[in-house]
Design a protein around this ligand. Structure first.
Ligand SMILES: [Cu+2]
Length: 154
C-alpha cells in the first residue's frame, strides 16, 4: 500500500513537473526605451514597427541624443538616429524587431546591436520597394564588431 501511495505521489510530482515545463508561451510585451529627438520622423516609424511586434515602447524625446550614445558606448561608426535600451542591451538605429528578439534570446556578451546610418528599406526607413543590402552589427566595449544578421538588397 505504501509503495502504491509513493508511486502515485511521484507520478503527481512528475506530471506537475511536465506541466511546469510546458508553461504558457511567453507572450508578454517586451519593455523598451527609445531615446530620440523630437524631430526624428523615421524614429517614430520605427517605434510603430516595434509596437506592431509586441514591444511596450517608452518614447523618450530628448534634445541631446548624442550624450545617450556616448554614455552607452555607441561609437560614431555604430551611430544612427535613435538609441534604444532593452534588457540591458543597446539597440541603435533601424534594427528589425526580430533581431532584437534574437538578441534577447541568445544573450551575447556585447553592448548591443546596430544598423549604422539609415539604410533604405530597414524598418521605419521604407522607400517603396527599394531595400539596400544591410547588416545588423553587434558591438562590444572594445569596439569590436560582428555581423549579427544581414539582409539582401531588393
Ligand atoms: Cu532613422
Amino acid at each position: 500500500m505504501r509503495t502504491i501511495l509513493l508511486l502515485t505521489f511521484s507520478l503527481l510530482v512528475f506530471s506537475g513537473f511536465v506541466q511546469a515545463k510546458k508553461s504558457p508561451p511567453n507572450n508578454a510585451p517586451i519593455d523598451i526605451v527609445v531615446n530620440r529627438s523630437k524631430t526624428c520622423g523615421c524614429c517614430g516609424k520605427w517605434l510603430e514597427h516595434l509596437k506592431n511586434n509586441n514591444f511596450n515602447v517608452v518614447d523618450n524625446m530628448l534634445d541631446d541624443v548624442q550624450s545617450i550614445k556616448t554614455q552607452h558606448g555607441v561609437s560614431p561608426e555604430m551611430a544612427s538616429c535613435h538609441t534604444a535600451l532593452v534588457g540591458g542591451y543597446v539597440v541603435e538605429g533601424h534594427v528589425p524587431a526580430s533581431d532584437i528578439k534574437k538578441l534577447l534570446a541568445s544573450k551575447p556578451k556585447v553592448i548591443g546591436i546596430s544598423v549604422p546610418g539609415m539604410p533604405a528599406g530597414t524598418p521605419g526607413m521604407e522607400m517603396g520597394d527599394k531595400q539596400d543590402a544591410y547588416q545588423v552589427l553587434s558591438f562590444d566595449k572594445n569596439q569590436k564588431t560582428h555581423v549579427f544578421s544581414q539582409y539582401e538588397a531588393k
